[in-house]
Design a protein around this ligand. Structure first.
Ligand SMILES: Cc1cc2nc3c(=O)[nH]c(=O)nc-3n(C[C@H](O)[C@H](O)[C@H](O)COP(=O)(O)O)c2cc1C
Length: 317
């Protein structure tokens, strides 16, 4: 398949990024994705316990990923993470060359990362935020629609509507995220003007991902309507429907304040769902494309199947 500007920017073969995934974007997953010619991403909290040291955890995943691949890989930093500046400096010290930032202001760390020779891609959910990120000097934006698993933008723009508007509004490469899991999604994203795609949910159901087997099985079992957004007063979050999301929606519907909702969520709810396999009342970040994920395969095969399907989809147009 054709090389895009994203491939050139990141020195990768295929314009596919495995999204950062709090708790479950581990070194083995990232390395498998990078070895297949796409870009793997490590998350600072991958596999750790709540009481563990996040910086130590991050360093160990970066070192492990380096031992498993000599291809480029990245680290994702949700910018509201406490002490994120220390984590960013640790990644720079460990020689990480690409970073994605999300859920925060790109004005805070982009210049620092760029001075250290690190490429920065920032996740956005609106044209205004994409333009702001471009002004801060990021190398590319990841335009994420609200189909995506995990935290979404407040305005609930779909990937199909968001991506072409962002493409028209900025001159840096745009990566499409949210609702993409196969070659059709990749081709559609490129047709909308994106230079590549970021995929999360499909990579949960892979052998290398550290997610609990119960979570992987729940993704495979999910149907098209199997996810829901909760937390509209706090920060929209898409996850698999379960007792927890039902309780959240009921409590939100009763007019609970953001503070009351925070108490309901408590600490480590998504860790409990995603790493401990508590699929009943844990939180399970998951995108609405889960209904199309029918099996657990290797992360390299996810990339290979998309790449192999690309020519077939283009030829059928
Ligand atoms: C389990 C899970 C955890 C996620 N955690 C993060 C995160 O920590 N930081 C981030 O920027 N995005 C996070 N995301 C979003 C992904 O990086 C990616 O953009 C998104 O999953 C793409 O949409 P898709 O789920 O439809 O593939 C998460 C997604 C999932 C499914």
């Amino acid at each position: 398949m054709k090389k895009t500007k994203l491939c050139e920017l990141l020195d990768i073969e295929y314009p596919i990024i495995q999204g950062g995934m709090n708790w479950i974007a581990n070194a083995e997953l990232a390395a498998a994705v990078s070895n297949a010619g796409a870009l793997g991403i490590v998350s600072p909290t991958a596999g750790m316990r709540l009481e563990d040291d996040q910086e130590e955890n991050l360093r160990s995943h970066i070192r492990k990923a380096k031992s498993l691949t000599d291809k480029p890989f990245a680290v994702n930093f949700p910018l509201q993470t406490p002490d994120v500046d220390k984590l960013i400096d640790a990644a720079i010290e460990e020689g990480v060359k690409v970073v994605t930032t999300s859920a925060g202001n790109p004005a805070l760390y982009t210049a620092h990362l760029k001075e250290a020779g690190v490429k920065v891609l920032h996740v956005v959910a609106s044209v205004r935020h994409a333009q702001g990120a471009e002004r801060q000097g990021v190398d590319a934006v990841i335009a994420e629609g609200y189909e995506a698993g995990g935290h979404n933008g407040f305005d609930e723009l779909s990937t199909f509507a968001l991506v072409p508007q962002v493409v028209d509004a900025v001159s840096i490469p745009v990566v499409a995220a949210g609702g993409i899991a196969d070659a059709r999604g990749l081709v559609a994203a490129l047709a909308l003007g994106a230079e590549g795609v970021q995929i999360g949910t499909r990579f949960v159901a892979t052998h290398e991902c550290i997610a609990h087997q119960n979570f992987k099985d729940a993704v495979v079992k999910a149907i098209d309507t199997g996810t829901v957004i909760t937390g509209r007063k706090l920060g929209h979050t898409r996850g698999l429907k379960n007792e927890f999301t039902a309780k959240m929606l009921e409590t939100e519907g009763s007019g609970a304040s953001p503070e009351e909702l925070l108490v309901l969520i408590g600490l480590g709810r998504s860790r409990s769902g995603e790493l401990d396999g508590n699929v009943v009342d844990g939180e399970l970040y998951c995108g609405s494309i889960a209904g199309m994920v029918k099996d657990i395969v290797s992360a390299g095969d996810v990339v290979r199947i998309i790449v192999e399907g690309y020519d077939r989809v283009v030829a059928a147009l």
